[in-house]
Structures are given as structure tokens and as C-alpha cells.
Design a protein around this ligand. Structure first.
Ligand SMILES: *Cc1c(COP(=O)(O)O)cnc(C)c1O
Length: 362
């Protein structure tokens, strides 16, 4: 068996221990004689899985009791509609503030416009989103129903180093690509959402963490399935949940806890990213594309001087077992996504490989 180092932006690597455990339990989950995929979501065995998943996530993120944890479907892209449908009506203002830091922010903005007035308080589009704009409290509208940010920009490789102060206006965050990778104080947010397929588990489950006082104010047009309250009232079992992805996510949470939790993982992530950025800064031919202050720990875009070199690097890297390094078309070049499940060894070996490439092509 040859596992490769997979630098995909999503769906992404899962810890090998998790995959082995899932494989071992595939045909007979803990003596039930069935796979988790074949179980009723109302069975005791599955309810225990769902409860454990929630308890573990609460522990890992230190989620206060005043927040509901929801396991939903439809990916972060559905949250782009669900957040405004549920929150635009908070104070009757039907307006929200957004910070535009890349393609995912833009999609969130265009979806929110269907349900209310959107004010883009700042944007980094002038430099192809290679930084996070400076934000002051004065830039945010105290009358807004909520303010929305994307904490880590998967495509452009930037992340917020500090959260904006929005006063009493609830802060809403798309955390799809850096949830559980670094410590966040959940109490600073009204709503956090994330698709699972980057740092949580398999595609198909979406996590929403919402402050309880923000439940139950959805617009009248909100379809039943897109209201947070119905899912909160039914412990994420209003309809059939994404059972198997949720089970694998639970295994990932257990793995992360065993590794020492988010604090320990953040250290490892800083070490991994530091290795790659350190090399990019010392290289004569490889260059990072992001302003150093805003560099992501998870998604690291970089370029070579010519398209030809980019192409030959990607080809040789793939052949050597470093896959999915091709950058997003809006940045070009390469992107290494190094989520929690990417071992330190994967980044060490990638950097070695880049050094060799530079030796031959520099
Ligand atoms: C991947 C990603 C999305 C889209 O997620 P889906 O689950 O495919 O809808 C949204 N926002 C960010 C920041 C992402 O990285």
C-alpha cells in the first residue's frame, strides 16, 4: 500500500488512524452486526455517536453552554443563504456588513444580497486578495443585523490575525478551512459555520455553532430545513443527518483530542507552516504570494518564475507522491493545503523536494 501526501484544498487528507478505525468498524460497528451507514439514525448506537461527536467538539473548541452545536448538510455554500435567512431579521434592520477577502466571501455576499442589504465594509480585491484589510470598529454599522468574515481564505491563503471588534453586532464567521486548526474564543462569535471536508471529516456534514439568543428570528420565507431553530430543537435530527460523515468526524475529534487538542495542534500547524514559509522566503525561485503578516497556516500558495516551471514542478511533484499541488486558477502556480491531518513529515518531505527542484532549475 502506498499512501501519498495529499495537498488537496478539499476534500482533504484524513488522519490515517481514523481511516484504519473506520475500516475496522466498517462491517460490524461495535457488535451491532451492521455498518454505521446501515443504522437507523434513531438507534441507540447512532444517537451515542452523534452525542459523542457534539461533546467532543464542545470540549475541543471550549464552546460555551449558551451555544448550540448543529450538524447540518449542504456545505458552507448553503450557510451563505442560511445565515442571512436566519439573522437578517435580528433587529428588523435587514442589513448586514461583510468583509470581502476572496472568492468565498464574494459568494457569501452575493447570496446574502437576496435576503437583505449588504454593505461591504472593506475588501482586499485591489491586490488580488493577498492581505486582510485593516478593520476598525467605526467601519461597522452598529445597526447591522450581523457582520460576516471568512477567517481563513482557502484560495488566496490569507487569515485574520485578529478578529474585528464589531461591538454588540454579532460576528458571523465562515471557518470552513481553519476550524480546529488554531484556538478561537467562540464567545466572540454569534455564529460559526464550516463545511467538514477540510479540517473536520468527510464532505457531507456542515457544522454550525450558534449563540442561543440568535435562534428563532428567521425571515418568514425561510424554508423549514434552512432554519437553525428547527435543527437546534431536534438535536440535528429533524431529518436524517449525514450519519456516516458525522461518525468519521467523531473519529477525527477523538484523534485530535488524543493529539492534545487544538492548542497542541496549533503548535504543530505553526511548525509545519513555518517550515514551508521559511523555505519560500529563502528560495531564489519559489515565492509565496501573500503578505507575510496575513499568511494562512492551512493554505499556502506559491509560484515559480514561469508557467513552464510551475507546470514541470507540479508534474514532478505528483510523480514523487506529492499530489494536488496545482494552485487555484485565480492565483496560479501552486498551493499546498496542510490541514490538521497532514503530518509534519509530509511538509518536511515537500520542502526537501522543492530544494532539490531548485537545485536542478535555479
Ligand atoms: C470550501 C469552502 C467553502 C465551500 O464549502 P462547500 O462545503 O463546498 O459548500 C466555503 N468557504 C470556505 C472558506 C471554504 O474553504
Amino acid at each position: 500500500m502506498a499512501r501519498v501526501f495529499n495537498f488537496s484544498a478539499g476534500p482533504s487528507m484524513l488522519p490515517e488512524d481514523v481511516l484504519s478505525k473506520a475500516a475496522a468498524e466498517m462491517l460490524d460497528y461495535q457488535g451491532t452486526g451492521t455498518s454505521v451507514m446501515e443504522m437507523s439514525h434513531r438507534s441507540n448506537a447512532f444517537i451515542a455517536i452523534a452525542k459523542d461527536a457534539e461533546a467532543l467538539l464542545r470540549e475541543l473548541m471550549e464552546i460555551p453552554d449558551s451555544y448550540k452545536v448543529l450538524f447540518l448538510q449542504g456545505g458552507a455554500s448553503t450557510q451563505f443563504a442560511m445565515a442571512p435567512l436566519n439573522l437578517m431579521g435580528r433587529n428588523g434592520s435587514k442589513k448586514a456588513d461583510f468583509v470581502n477577502t476572496g472568492m468565498w466571501s464574494k459568494k457569501a455576499i452575493s447570496e446574502a444580497k437576496k435576503f437583505g442589504a449588504v454593505n461591504v465594509v472593506a475588501s482586499s480585491e485591489d491586490k488580488n486578495f493577498n492581505y486582510i484589510p485593516a478593520l476598525t470598529k467605526e467601519m461597522f454599522d452598529p445597526q447591522a443585523a450581523y457582520a460576516h468574515i471568512t477567517t481563513n481564505n482557502t484560495i488566496f491563503g490569507t487569515r485574520y490575525r485578529e478578529l474585528p471588534d464589531t461591538g454588540s453586532v454579532p460576528l458571523v464567521a465562515d471557518m470552513s478551512s481553519n476550524i480546529l486548526s488554531e484556538r478561537y474564543d467562540v464567545a466572540k462569535f454569534g455564529l460559526i459555520y464550516a463545511g467538514a471536508q477540510k479540517n473536520i471529516g468527510p464532505a457531507g456534514v456542515t457544522v454550525a455553532i450558534i449563540r442561543e439568543d440568535l435562534l428563532g428570528m428567521e425571515l418568514d420565507i425561510t424554508p423549514t430545513m434552512l432554519g437553525y431553530k428547527i435543527h437546534a430543537d431536534n438535536e440535528s435530527m429533524y431529518n436524517t443527518p449525514p450519519c456516516y460523515p458525522l461518525y468519521v468526524s467523531k473519529l477525527v475529534f477523538e484523534w485530535l483530542k488524543k493529539k492534545g487538542g487544538v492548542t497542541a495542534m496549533q503548535k504543530i500547524n505553526e511548525e509545519k507552516a513555518g517550515m514551508l514559509y521559511g523555505f519560500l522566503d529563502s528560495s531564489k525561485i519559489f515565492k509565496g504570494t501573500v503578505e507575510p503578516k496575513y499568511r494562512s497556516l492551512m493554505n499556502i500558495p506559491f509560484v515559480l518564475p514561469t508557467e513552464e516551471l510551475n507546470g514541470s514542478f507540479i508534474k514532478q511533484a505528483t510523480a514523487a507522491g506529492f499530489i494536488n499541488l496545482k494552485g487555484h486558477r485565480s492565483v496560479g502556480g501552486m498551493r499546498a493545503s496542510i490541514y490538521n491531518a497532514m503530518p509534519v513529515e509530509g511538509v518536511e518531505k515537500l520542502v526537501e523536494f522543492m530544494k532539490e527542484f531548485e537545485g536542478k532549475n535555479g
